[in-house]
Design a protein around this ligand. Structure first.
Ligand code: MG
Ligand code: MG
Length: 628
């Protein structure tokens, strides 16, 4: 398969763009005329630069307002085309995109447009140039690929073909299966983009909010299945107009783009096995059955405070690593590691970020396959030296340079605790916490799509619609990623500024990281009492919250008393009830959460988040910490 991306999709000078695009693994670019116009040099220099980066120009665009023009305007349109052809020859590219006419002067008429294209095909043929016609969703007369195809069909010229663009088809809710009746050899080029489902003018949505396949809500898989079923095996090109991407890191956006294309085609190939496009082999998305461990990097002195927090949560120290300064803390199925090594990856993480989560171990079906898929999708590998009698646990890099290890049940990896840890004091009584309910990662808002794409393309997970959480100092965007079984739940929280509670954490931690870990229990009140008796002090929630809760739900008086007493927050939906309380802040805003899900409640108490944040910020100010 041949992958391409439009230069408008990313930021930077043309040279910066080409470097990032080539490094991400693309074969080609679509060049936008503006990129060329802004470039200080002749077109032949552009052609050479593109070649020097190991790329080619798969498409030159756009050519606007061509078909169906009256009188003198028609003649001018043909003259303009000749000048573009000159430029294309210097750029060494042979395919140009003509988008459907939006001019108020355009006359309309399928046959008239077909005649114009037949004539343009003659001019193009003399130069060895091919023309691709694309229906813009907001074209004056042609806004549907089916009508564009009828024009191409009637033009009946070998140099005239169709360009389909997933955005224009899917955003207008045209059934993508209508593409299946178009001959594959008349589809000259395929452009791919996704977009969020926002009710707005299509032109505005297209110019500002497109995103990578898989990042939005359009069924790009269905679109691409239909295209592939025609026998099309040409270039697959991303054409993404997105304000955020145009201000983002060219390399990160390029990597996301390449990952999205590979994951898309892997999915298409699994659903439509007989397609002509050659898709790189990789294992299927990896099922995650839970979180096996969470590892903190810290120092011996700071570890004391962390250990104290875990002790008040009724964890016990259950083992010591055979060669590293790593202690294992356990309760229920939860394994927490505290790494105080003075060398190796964890120490580097401590130097860069301070005390925090540096590593997460995921329980998967096949650990080797998990790494293989992640690597095939461009994830960075991770390994460090393995001591005698230690296991080489497969791993990749995740959010903020942290590490994700994979543990499976079919290999020796399942015995990691027995192999690598001396037995600690298992007889000591632990508490009621059963498992890790969810892990919350905080990041800059601009990074959220990147990490959503990372998790949803590598693992069998799905994303929920983003929700906004109000911090007194700004907005936090929250994205849930979870599996069907609810055994693997992540929340990604995007901070837009550093004055929010999440933003302050990002700032103090020097980058994205886990900000809270939620533990599940079966009986929130017994657990809360047990922890209180164990010197645990919950985050204090304002009495006003409970007055409002009472007004909203009319809860039982006894229940209200308990909620107030233990500072437990409450939520409910049609499927069940949810209880949650929080630890105080640790360090720069890290905290633990304890939850109970009743019946089939699947949420995270989003409605409570702003009151929790307000309480946490009060806690920070009370301790003389920053900053509003
Ligand atoms: Mg397009
Ligand atoms: Mg939470």
């Amino acid at each position: 398969m041949k992958t391409s991306i439009a230069t408008v999709s990313i930021s930077g000078s043309l040279s910066e763009k080409l470097t990032a695009i080539a490094a991400a693994g693309f074969d080609a670019i679509e060049i936008f005329e503006n990129d060329f116009l802004a470039f200080d040099g002749p077109p032949s220099d552009v052609a050479k630069m593109v070649r020097d980066h190991g790329l080619e120009i798969s498409l030159f665009q756009p050519f606007r307002d061509f078909e169906g023009m009256p009188g003198i305007h028609r003649a001018r349109a043909f003259e303009r085309a000749e000048r573009k052809f000159d430029l294309m020859q210097e750029l060494e590219t042979d395919l140009i995109l003509v988008c459907s006419n939006v001019s108020p002067l355009a006359l309309g008429g399928i046959d008239r447009a077909a005649d114009d294209f037949a004539e343009l095909g003659e001019h193009a043929a003399k130069r060895g140039i091919r023309i691709g016609y694309e229906a813009l969703a907001w074209g004056k007369h042609i806004d549907d690929h089916r009508d564009a195809w009828e024009i191409v069909r009637r033009a009946n010229h070998p140099n005239i073909g169709l360009i389909v663009d997933s955005f224009h088809t899917l955003a207008r809710q045209i059934d993508p299966d209508t593409i299946r009746s178009i001959p594959g050899d008349k589809i000259f080029f395929v452009q791919l983009a996704d977009a969020p489902l926002i009710d707005m003018d299509l032109l505005h949505l297209s110019r500002h909010y497109r995103n990578m396949p898989g990042e939005g809500d359009l069924d790009v898989v269905a679109f691409m299945r239909a295209v592939a079923a025609t026998g099309y095996d040409g270039v697959l090109s991303l054409e993404i107009f997105n304000d955020q991407f145009r201000g983002g890191s060219p390399s990160s956006i390029s990597i996301d783009g390449h990952r999205s294309l590979l994951a898309l085609m892997d999915q298409v190939k699994r659903e439509e096995p007989d397609i002509a496009i050659e898709v790189p082999e990789m294992p299927d998305r990896v099922g995650v059955s839970g979180i096996e461990f969470i590892e903190f990097a810290t120092t011996k002195s700071e570890a004391k405070q962390l250990a104290k927090m875990l002790t008040t949560l009724k964890f016990v120290e259950a083992g010591q690593h055979i060669s590293k300064d790593v202690s294992l803390w356990r309760q229920g199925d939860i394994n927490i590691l505290i790494n105080t090594d003075t060398h190796g990856f964890a120490h580097t993480s401590y130097i860069n970020h301070g005390t925090g989560v540096c590593d997460i171990g995921l329980k998967v079906g096949d650990a080797a396959a998990a790494v293989k898929r992640a690597r095939a999708l461009g994830a960075a590998s991770f390994s460090q030296s393995v001591g005698p009698n230690e296991l080489d646990i497969p791993a990749i890099r995740g959010v903020g340079g942290s590490v994700i290890h994979f543990i499976d049940a079919t290999t020796e990896l399942k015995n990691v605790w027995d192999i690598e840890f001396s037995a600690g004091d298992f007889r000591k009584e632990t508490g009621n916490l059963i498992s890790i309910d969810h892990v919350a990662q905080t990041m800059r808002h601009e990074e959220m799509l990147t990490w959503t794409l990372f998790y949803t393309t590598i693992f069998k997970t799905l994303k929920h619609p983003m929700v906004d959480v109000i911090d007194p100092a700004g907005l936090i965007r929250s994205q849930v990623i979870e599996n069907n079984e609810g055994s693997f739940r992540l929340t990604l929280n995007g901070a837009e500024n550093h004055r929010t509670f999440a933003g302050n954490f990002l700032n103090e931690h020097f980058g994205s990281a886990v900000q809270h870990i939620a533990f599940a229990c079966d009986d929130i009140f017994t657990t809360a009492k047990q922890l209180r008796d164990n010197q645990f002090e919950p985050l204090k929630i304002s009495p006003n919250y409970y007055d409002d809760l009472d007004a909203r739900y009319g809860l039982d008086e006894d229940l209200m008393v308990l909620l107030r007493e233990f500072h437990i927050m409450y939520d409910r939906d049609e499927d069940g009830e949810f209880f949650q309380f929080y630890s105080p802040n640790y360090g720069e805003g890290f905290f633990f959460e304890i939850v109970q899900r009743k019946d089939n409640y699947q949420g995270y108490g989003a409605a409570n988040a702003q009151f929790r944040i307000a309480a946490q910020k009060r806690g920070m100010r009370a301790r003389g910490m920053p900053k509003r």
